[in-house]
Design a protein around this ligand. Structure first.
Ligand SMILES: C[S@@+](CC[C@H](N)C(=O)[O-])C[C@H]1O[C@@H](n2cnc3c(N)ncnc32)[C@H](O)[C@@H]1O
Length: 252
């Protein structure tokens, strides 16, 4: 987006949850030359409402799933938000069907007509992503051996209006979802470990990178690094057992 809008007068703000992760290192490397972009750190549920001071659009790529839909609903309550995009609500997602019932003025980028018209834009991306081990086997309608019902990860695009969603449908979905959540929670707990461990192992590199390159800090004490490393690991483990907190709720 920063590249596409580089000659326009649009400001882009990107929010990352945590400073000391590989995503930030990648984001910094890819984005440092764009003057139209600001990178902020923290929880979008807290930061986003303060940023909505003029007409804007919001693209949610994290948090994912139910939290993403909640963040979208909270944001769309503000008329300054003209549209919200949510990543990863592909047809195999457990939230897809109810998302279709919840929002009223929307489309998905895996709609067959949309794919037919725009898939040519993706050609080079499929080739480029072969560089990345974990995505090498991904392609249109497949992730490795697994067939996908959607062309790819998919963006949901919701346009704002006075009546942008049917809350009773969303409520029904969240009630029903409580039953299937256990399965997904266990899957999340188990499947997420390789990634979590990598984050913990790579923490010192990411910390030093952030403080030295991003924050231009000259000296980093070992003690400080160790303290932060322990805290980071504690936070990752704590997150797994965390109860739902109030800012993940729908705003009244
Ligand atoms: C798929 S990654 C996207 C990384 C990067 N922005 C990019 O486009 O390459 C999703 C990111 O969302 C962030 N995230 C998840 N929940 C969040 C929240 N509540 N507030 C802010 N960021 C969040 C995570 O830290 C993670 O880095």
């Amino acid at each position: 987006m920063a590249n596409y809008f580089k000659n326009h007068d649009y400001k882009i703000v990107s929010i990352e949850y945590n400073k000391y992760t590989p995503e930030v290192k990648n984001a910094y490397k890819n984005l440092k030359d764009y003057k139209n972009l600001t990178l902020l750190f923290g929880n979008s549920f807290e930061i986003l409402p303060k940023l909505i001071t003029e007409d804007c659009c919001i693209l949610i790529d994290g948090p994912k799933r139910l939290k993403a839909i909640k963040l979208a609903i909270n944001s769309l309550k503000k008329p300054l938000v003209k549209a919200v995009f949510i990543h990863d609500l592909y047809r195999d997602s457990p939230h897809r069907k109810d998302t279709e019932k919840t929002f009223l003025n929307f489309f998905f980028t895996d709609d067959y007509d949309y794919v037919k018209k725009f898939r040519y834009l993706d050609k080079q991306n499929w080739i480029d992503q072969r560089k990345y081990k974990e995505h090498r086997s991904w392609g249109p309608y497949k992730r490795g051996e697994k067939k996908m019902k959607s062309y790819s990860s998919t963006l949901l695009v919701v346009f704002n209006s006075n009546n942008f969603c049917d809350m009773s449908q969303f409520k029904k979905h969240t009630d029903e979802y409580k039953n299937i959540k256990r399965y997904w929670s266990i899957k999340y707990l188990i499947d997420g470990w390789p990634k979590r461990l990598m984050k913990i192992i790579q923490f010192p590199i990411n910390y030093i990178f952030y403080e030295k390159v991003y924050n231009s800090k000259k000296q980093i004490s070992k003690r400080e690094l160790l303290k932060k490393w322990i805290l980071f690991t504690y936070q990752i483990v704590k997150k797994l057992f965390r109860k739902r907190v109030s800012y993940y709720k729908i705003d009244e």
